[in-house]
Design a protein around this ligand. Structure first.
Ligand code: AMP
Ligand code: ZN
Ligand code: FE
Ligand code: FE
Length: 272
């Protein structure tokens, strides 16, 4: 039987709840033979993951998840096989993380204006070593008893169009794709089923993405079939994974269930 590859995982270096070591161990237990850790704007987990993977017999591919914008739309782009020591890449990621921090401060200001007394300290406690994002702010709101649930934090304050919503630093998809390519990597449209219509999908294909994340927990079998068709039609690559964040969201049982066969990774590697 072919091994399983999960190419979309998060650690504490972004908004996941597991350490790098814990995540690789869990991946092994879940029967995965190849993984890619794709932290938001961060490649800090890659070296340790490779080392732990070696001891457990799990191959680790360097990865990262970038955010880009088309208008108001937040689009995620996955990069694989990047040189995670590439200076230009590291400088850009550092800049994106700083911008994430400034955005968190702006969100806190908005919350305070709404008489929600959240502090940046409690958000940074949630973020720890990770690139700070709205999930950390949602966790902090929950922890401080300022919302009843994690989801309420988004539906009431943090989600798109809600009163404490703040945009991220705006990067075009082209710029994100070029950055990944300049670091020797390939780029994939992440979870297009979430918020990408056909027009935007075509725009991203024209912008030069190498592939589409076909397998994702948010994709129905019909979506998977649809994106597989697009991949074939445009000679793109297909990837997939669980987008596992450590099991504390609705993802406690997703590890090992969303994957592509090892042979698919060989096809991606061949395109480099
Ligand atoms: P950020 O990168 O800081 O914009 O945070 C984006 C992450 O927040 C996404 O990957 C989701 O995990 C989460 N998120 C965004 N919108 C919502 C929502 N409406 N409900 C729950 N989680 C959300
Ligand atoms: Zn995430
Ligand atoms: Fe994403
Ligand atoms: Fe993700």
């Amino acid at each position: 039987m072919q091994g399983k590859a999960d190419l979309h995982l998060h650690t504490k270096h972004s908004d996941g709840s597991l350490s790098t070591q814990e995540l690789v161990e869990r991946a092994k237990e879940a029967g995965l033979s190849i993984i890619s850790i794709t932290d938001h704007d961060n490649v800090a987990a890659v070296d340790e993951a490779i080392a732990v993977g070696k001891t457990l017999g799990v191959e680790v591919i360097a990865g990262v998840e970038l955010s880009a914008s088309i208008g108001d739309r937040d689009i995620h782009i996955l990069g694989y096989f990047v040189d995670h020591r590439n200076g230009t890449l590291l400088e850009h990621l550092e800049f994106f993380r700083q911008e994430r921090f400034k955005r968190a401060e702006r969100i806190i200001e908005k919350l305070n204006d709404l008489d929600v007394p959240l502090t940046i300290q409690s958000v940074l406690e949630q973020a720890g070593i990770g690139a700070v994002g709205r999930p950390h702010i949602a966790n902090a709101l929950l922890e401080e008893g300022l919302t009843e649930t994690y989801h309420e934090a988004f539906s009431r304050y943090l989600g798109y169009g809600k009163p404490a919503y703040e945009k991220k630093y705006q990067v075009s998809p082209q710029a994100a794709i070029e950055l990944l390519s300049s670091a020797g990597g390939v780029s994939f449209i992440a979870h297009p089923g979430n918020n990408i219509d056909d027009t935007v999908l075509l725009e991203l294909i024209n912008a030069g993405v190498d592939g589409i994340e076909v397998i994702h927990p948010s994709h129905s079998p019909e979506r998977v079939a649809y994106y597989s068709g697009i991949v074939g039609e445009y000679f793109l690559l297909a990837s997939g994974g669980s987008d596992f964040h450590g099991g504390k969201r609705n993802d406690y049982d997703t590890l090992g269930k969303y994957y592509v066969p090892e042979s698919q990774v060989a096809v991606i590697r061949h395109r480099l």
